[in-house]
Design a protein around this ligand. Sequence first.
Ligand code: KDG
Length: 322
Amino acid sequence: MSLEPRLDLIALGEGLVEFGANTRGPLRRVRTYDVHAAGSELNVAIGAARLGLKVGWISRVGADEFGELLIAAARADGVDTSRVVRAEDEPTGIFVVQRGYPVDGQSSLMYYRAASAGSRLTTSKLDAGYLGRAEIFHTTGISLAVSPELAGAAREAASVAAQGGARRSFDVNYRAKLWTPDAARPQVEAALTESEIAFCSLEDARTLWAVADAEAALELLASFGPEHAVVSCGPDGAIMLGPDGAVVRSAAIPANVLDPTGAGDAFCAAVLTGLTRAWPADVTLQRACLVGSIVCGVAGDNDGIPTLDELERIASNRWAYR
Ligand code: KDG
């Protein structure tokens, strides 16, 4: 058992630099991009830290300028990056976001992450003492999809963290550009059975299990055994099942969508914050929906996530409209 202080959350996964098109339309006609730190688990780490949790991020980045960008972004919000390795001769992965085309309000991601530093995190590089400090350990289906090494490291890290008393949080986060539903299903299901907190979007639940609606998705997610199951439904809000068996729903807050990328991670960060701080379940879900909605209207995956103080001020005005 480590004598170092506990961390509310440790997130493990690849950070990516995001190039978001500054104009809507096909990338071949886009001339300028804005640049942001991203990557699903890093988004959750940054979001939870901004909302006041003590957070660590486990990953690898290239020993290059983009690696420094990711580390600096994490540190700017107080995320502990002491277990982020800078790997020589391995690039930091990037992705490019095409906005609002061909479908209005939706984004497409193009990855440039083959053989990236982040994909080469292996089990042997994990620090068991550090993982033993986590109250919650979080990873996603993206880590399971990116490479067998990263998948193995994510599974092992979850198990080591659990031995140290952590609750394991897993977001399905299915990415069609990384694997097929048939390849994803068994790995995702195994991860869900080994999680205490499970997230899935209704869209992903439809893709992987052909569920009819949010209630069916929640029931299915809960059937794998997590104490908390959360289904996010985009513009239709979210639904959550707690350990007491109570189902809580929240409406979505209407968003002026610029780019929804990262909204699910921001939502997840807010739910994990609520569970850590023992907010009432309905408040947790409402705040998570609000945070997700704000992120949809802001460029960058995590740039729009408010601090806790900002969230409380925004929430007290916005909830009056419900
Ligand atoms: O959830 C947002 C992520 O999709 C984005 O940051 C890129 O991590 C990423 C991925 O693998 O899709």
